[in-house]
Ligand binder design. Structure first.
Ligand SMILES: [Zn+2]
Length: 564
């Protein structure tokens, strides 16, 4: 006799009832609007400390809005043919966004998205951690595995489209009604908490990607626009003139708050301080950055447009280096970071990050001093390439630093230069006591101090008048207000991310060549200025004249003599 009772049937014989397509879609919508949006809910919860009935009602209303918006999105996007991969992709987006939002206090806006897309292997390595693996396992692997294995009823296409569109319409209706009912509270929250709109997964990613694609296609469609075509080298006097050597150091993630010369309690810039006492070096105390990320700031620094116009611009313009080159300067870009963001496309350039030097590149990545190591040979090469061509009016060298690139600040300093101990040696900054994060960060500032002083020493050894201008691309949050790293949308970025250090060293020979006015210089060091001033001020240091130069944006307008 064979057992007939269903109770005795083996487990694998249990027929799993396949899901209704819409029910499965709703399960995904529920997951995404709750667990997939934990950072958003955490931020909403933290908005008030007294959780009254009104707060609760507000939260429930907001939850309905999120759920119905996600349901509309899923009903429109997820269809049988790509149901499985689409679900897993959405889980991945939600988990990865949530991890970065909670770990570093960032939000997902178009700039952050651009940074992510330009990330290289080294930067990813800097971010990897066990907590990231855990988040991906819980947020992607487990629910994704479940999602992939669910049997789903097959419906005739027309019926499925009808039902799914019906669900979308219903969810849209709920969305409208709840938004209308809670409009007043909602509008004021969104006005006061601008970052929240970049926290809603997966809409933040969709919005940022769309903005990037639109911006990039607009750029690609247009040819490069020349600027400063009238640029000429026009020194104040040709008597005893020698072609100057101009070094621009683009700093990375150094904030003014931790710069010794800015009055920071720790003397993180002892070598620059010593140079300052010689009267050849000045610190500019009041400089703000163009953006809060490398991606925005670095191109903006070399642009003639200034922050506001740069933010709205999608015409591909030439930059400061093209203008200097056109005026007869020899230009060289050395990059010890992720690249020049297109700025050095038309000038000689070298990436030094992966060079081999046992002392300066111990773990497959080079400290900033590597740029000084290769500089003499690269300059010699430029001379050789020039051959019998006309002598350059001067030489401009840009050095793009690794500086204080985070979160692995401890990787930015050689072992024998770690003054502040103990250092945070984790890339999950929250795992470290605040003091250890500060120690690692300050050690990197101190290494930049060393690097800049070495640069000045080298320039002093050259038989040419010389200048070094250093300015950081943006600042950094080190846990203030719960924020880490940088990349906050500019309008809500804290000062730690936008107040940057700037240093000018000007050799005595170049001072006399420029007929430099020391009083003017003294006055300018405390004047408020920004990356907007860089383009116009470097032209004066290089003694290049063009109608494009705006004297109100030239920090040195009153300090250097003009050519007649
Ligand atoms: Zn940067």
């Amino acid at each position: 006799m064979t057992p007939t009772s269903p109770d005795l049937a083996p487990a694998d014989a249990i027929v799993r009832r396949p899901w209704q397509p819409l029910s499965l879609l709703l399960v995904l919508a529920l997951w995404l609007s709750t667990l997939g949006n934990l950072p958003l809910w955490r931020a909403m919860w933290a908005l008030t400390d007294h959780h009254s009935l009104r707060t609760w009602l507000g939260l429930v209303g907001f939850a309905l809005i999120v759920l119905s918006a996600i349901t509309v999105l899923l009903s429109l996007l997820v269809w049988p043919r790509w149901r499985k991969p689409a679900g897993v992709l959405l889980l991945m987006v939600a988990a990865a966004n949530s991890y970065f939002m909670i770990t570093y206090g960032v939000v997902i806006d178009p700039t952050m998205m651009a940074n992510t897309l330009q990330t290289d292997v080294r930067e990813v390595r800097d971010l990897l951690s066990w907590s990231m693996v855990a988040v991906l396992a819980l947020g992607v692997v487990l629910p994704g595995w479940w999602w992939w294995r669910q049997p789903v009823q097959k419906l005739p296409a027309r019926r499925l489209v009808g039902r799914q569109m019906g669900l979308a319409a219903l969810a849209a209706l709920v969305l409208l009604v709840v938004v209308w009912a809670s409009f007043q509270d909602l509008a004021s929250t969104m006005r006061n908490q601008k970052s929240m709109r970049y926290m809603l997964n997966p809409f933040n990613t969709l919005y940022a990607s769309a903005r990037l694609v639109i911006g990039q296609t607009a750029q690609v469609r247009q040819p490069l626009q020349p600027i400063g075509q009238d640029a000429v080298f026009a020194p104040a006097t040709l008597a005893g003139h020698k072609p100057p050597l101009i070094v621009l150091v683009v700093g990375e993630t150094a904030r003014a708050a931790n710069f010794g010369l800015a009055g920071y309690a720790r003397d993180t810039t002892p070598q620059l301080r010593q140079l300052q006492s010689s009267g050849e070096l000045a610190y500019f105390a009041n400089v703000s950055s163009c953006g809060t990320s490398t991606q925005v700031s670095v191109p903006c620094m070399f642009s003639h447009l200034g922050r506001e116009a740069y933010g709205k611009n999608d015409i591909p313009y030439e930059n400061l280096l093209d203008v200097l080159q056109r005026a007869g300067m020899q230009v060289l870009w050395l990059d010890n970071q992720s690249g020049c963001k297109g700025l050095c496309d038309r000038v000689p350039n070298t990436n030094t990050l992966a060079l081999k030097d046992p002392a300066l590149c111990p773990d497959g990545e080079c400290f900033d001093e590597i740029m000084l190591r290769v500089l003499p040979e690269r300059l010699a090469q430029l001379e050789k390439d020039r051959g019998a061509g006309p002598a350059p009016a001067g030489t401009v060298v840009v050095m793009h630093q690794m500086g204080n690139h985070g979160p692995a600040y401890y990787n930015r300093t050689p072992n024998n230069m770690k003054v502040y101990q103990p250092e945070c040696r984790s890339n999950v900054l929250q795992d470290c006591p605040a003091q250890e994060i500060l120690n690692a960060y300050d050690n990197a500032v101190r290494y930049t101090d060393h690097f800049l002083a070495q640069t000045v020493r080298w320039l002093k050894s050259q038989p040419r008048p010389a200048v070094m201008l250093y300015v950081s691309d943006h600042g950094e949050s080190l846990g203030e207000k719960g924020l880490y790293l940088h990349g906050m949308p500019y309008m809500m970025a804290p000062k730690e991310q936008t107040h940057v250090p700037m240093v000018l060293w000007l050799s005595k020979p170049l001072q006399s060549q420029l007929k430099w006015d020391a009083h003017c210089w003294k006055k300018q060091v405390s004047a408020p200025m920004s990356h907007d001033h860089l383009f116009h001020s470097v032209l004066t240091l290089a003694q290049v004249k063009t109608r494009l130069q705006q004297s109100e944006l030239d920090v040195f307008a009153g300090c250097a003599a003009r050519s007649p």
